[in-house]
Design a protein around this ligand. Structure first.
Ligand code: PMP
Length: 419
């Protein structure tokens, strides 16, 4: 290493104050391998947080595909290339048949932005409904649709996400959507889109089963809204063999957006939609993305699909998810309020103590876990939830390490007067 971590932290000033680091003692990873990160001192950390390296950090097959294509050709979608078609066909094969068009971007934000442009063009409206603490991306438009970042746009209405699987929650979700539509109409804004993250990640994590969202979605559809499923977090097998959150939840989105794990770290994202929507969008607009869909990105995407399919990773997630759920529920006596999630995406909501808020406690646990060599994070509208989201190459052994460390961290930090 050419510089000390203290110097690096000082030099970070050039990035300005909008950037934030994880952990009280910032981590400086210098190498990644599968589910492990090695820091500048040579210490290894079990990565139970990063969902982008879905098939493992620095996956050899992905890196090889990237390197081979980078040495051959990297252009864009204004030339014919078989890789964009091969990958597009392979990706669409993982979707229901009616979702039969795919467009490529570099980030999840661009995917959501494109999906919204499409929906606005098709519906002629601009009113959007999102969940109360949603995050959908970095652009000016998406920041206005991401209440977790701050103020929302005047064309946006929020609804509480249903975080329990019950008839009451289904009814309440539908009622919230009805009220949001009415509110947009009262403001003379034509409702256009219901957009939500299918695992409600920043709302505190919840993976709905079939039946929970149907009534709300029907309510939106009847009022002429299109449904965009943001699969940036839930997609590519994170919740298990269903591959997508909308499949687990049993509904049919009009448009699906993807990103994060799609390129295992290479900037690759995209939008899948019904052909008639893409046609209507193309009647009035055009689409070109300089880097989106380039041959290197496509070969990377293909290698990710190869790994997921050939190693049956989404199927393994079904079993791993059951182990995780059981193990996490076993922590209930250690001040755990609720365990939510599915597959390899879990939120563990903690209780407050007499002396600490739940958010403070979660922060302590996350930092203690980092000191003990396991990486997690914090989420939820009140930041009261531990966020567990490892690469899909996680195994039962890794779960054991995670659970032992978590149990010890909860005992050490939190056994004082749990309310
Ligand atoms: N949607 C969701 C649900 C996300 O979690 C994110 C990223 N955290 C995005 C969209 C935006 O993706 P990106 O950072 O690739 O622009």
């Amino acid at each position: 290493m050419s510089d000390s971590i203290e110097n690096l932290l000082e030099r970070r000033a050039i990035l300005g104050p909008a950037y934030r680091l994880f952990y009280d003692e910032p981590l400086f990873p210098v190498q990644g391998e599968d589910v492990w990160l090695t820091d500048h001192t040579g210490r290894r950390y079990l990565d139970a947080y990063n969902n982008v390296p879905v098939v493992g950090h620095c996956n050899g097959a992905v890196v090889q595909a990237m390197s081979e294509q980078a040495q051959t050709l990297c252009t864009h979608t204004r030339y014919v290339h078989d890789a964009v078609l091969d990958y597009g066909e392979r990706l669409l094969a993982h979707f229901p048949k009616y979702l039969n068009r795919v467009m490529f971007t570099c980030t999840g934000s661009e995917a959501n932005d494109l999906a919204l442009r499409m929906a606005f063009a098709v519906t002629g409206g601009q009113g959007v409904i999102v969940t109360a603490n949603a995050y959908h991306g970095v652009t000016h438009l998406l920041a206005q649709l991401s209440p977790s970042l701050g103020a929302i746009g005047d064309f946006v209405r929020v609804v509480q996400p249903p975080l329990t699987q019950s008839e009451d929650a289904a009814q309440a979700f539908a009622q919230e959507i009805r009220a949001a539509i009415q509110s947009l109409q009262d403001a003379h804004i034509k409702p256009s889109v219901l957009l939500f993250d299918t695992v409600f990640a920043s709302d505190g994590i919840f993976a709905p089963d079939v039946g929970l969202l149907g009534l709300g979605i029907d309510t939106a559809r009847e009022a002429g809204l299109l449904i965009i499923a943001d699969e940036v977090q839930a997609g590519f097998g994170r919740l298990g063999s269903d591959w997508w959150g909308f499949v687990s939840a049993g509904f049919k989105p009009d448009i699906v957006t993807m990103g994060k794990p799609m390129g295992n770290g290479y900037p690759l994202a995209g939008v899948v939609a019904k052909d008639d929507l893409v046609q209507k969008f193309a009647d009035t607009g055009r689409y070109f993305n300089t880097f989106g869909g380039n041959p290197v990105a496509m070969k990377v995407g293909m290698a990710v699909l190869d790994e997921l399919e050939q190693r049956n990773l989404p199927e393994q997630v079904d079993t791993l998810g059951e182990t995780m759920q059981e193990a996490l529920l076993g922590l209930k006596d250690l001040g755990v309020v609720e365990v939510r999630g599915k597959g390899l995406y879990w939120g563990v909501q903690l209780a407050a103590t007499d002396t600490q808020t739940a958010a403070e406690r979660v922060k302590l646990v996350v930092n203690e876990m980092r000191q003990q060599g396991v990486l997690l994070s914090q989420c939820g509208p009140n930041m009261d939830t531990l966020k567990i989201r490892p690469p899909l190459t996680f195994t039962q052994q890794h779960i054991e390490i995670l659970m032992q460390t978590l149990s010890a961290a909860l005992q050490k930090q939190c056994l004082v007067n749990v309310k």
